[in-house]
Design a protein around this ligand. Structure first.
Ligand SMILES: [Fe+2]
Length: 221
């Protein structure tokens, strides 16, 4: 009799559990890096990559899930307005970093290799040469005051590649992001200290132009 009661209780509990809405379910998760933490050395150190991915990006994911959960739970318009900045900051951080990891590749793999194709042609058309493009990109990105992101973006109105910057963790909305570089100090300070120019000079060795070209092809097709 006792065992029957326990069985019934367990059955009822299972039914109860499966019918309760899971308001606390996490919607966003930290994506895996497409290479090892030390794979971008000597240009970006293992220490930076571990901290950047496991701590910083994870914090944006955690913050975004918390903000979305709080937004879903409240009926207060004022509280929803207050949550906007957390959604923008953490959501932008998650979007930007997810894109950034794919922008990079070890030198022994795709890193730094810009082969003949639509991206190279477009860069030469819009910036004169690949070297001029890199110089302009670095100058524009180094000019960001405080933390932010430097972008090569495709402008659907002008149908050109253009250099853009965004402050903080604002995602690129005015253009289709083709290539993004994180210029927050957490992305380079442990290795390059305050010399942004050295970080920006080195990163081209591990830029994944194949991924950038895929984005450009998608944006223009
Ligand atoms: Fe970052």
């Amino acid at each position: 009799m006792l065992s029957v009661t326990r069985t019934a209780l367990r059955a009822n509990f299972r039914t109860f559990c499966t019918t309760v809405p899971r308001a606390s379910a996490s919607l966003h998760t930290l994506p895996e890096l497409p290479y090892a933490y030390n794979a971008l050395e000597p240009y970006i150190s293992e220490e930076i990559m571990k901290l950047h991915h496991q701590k910083h990006h994870q914090a944006y994911v955690t913050g975004l899930n918390a903000a979305e959960e709080a937004y879903a739970k409240t009926d207060s318009t004022k509280e929803k307005i207050v949550l906007q900045s957390a959604l923008k900051f953490n959501g932008g951080g998650h979007i930007n970093h997810s894109l950034f990891w794919k922008n990079l590749s070890p030198k022994s793999d795709l890193g730094g290799k810009l082969e003949n194709g639509v991206l190279k042609q477009a860069i030469e058309c819009d910036f004169g040469s690949v070297e001029d493009f890199k110089k302009k990109f670095n100058a524009t990105t180094a000019g960001i005051q405080g933390s932010g992101w430097g972008w090569l973006g495709y402008n659907p109105s002008t149908k050109k590649l253009e250099l853009v910057t965004t402050p903080n963790q604002d995602p690129l909305m005015s253009h289709v992001p083709i290539l993004g570089v994180d210029i927050w100090e957490h992305a380079f300070y442990l290795q390059y200290k305050n010399v942004k120019a050295d970080y920006l000079g080195a990163i081209w060795n591990v830029i994944n132009f194949k991924e950038a070209e895929k984005r450009l092809v998608k944006a223009t097709s």
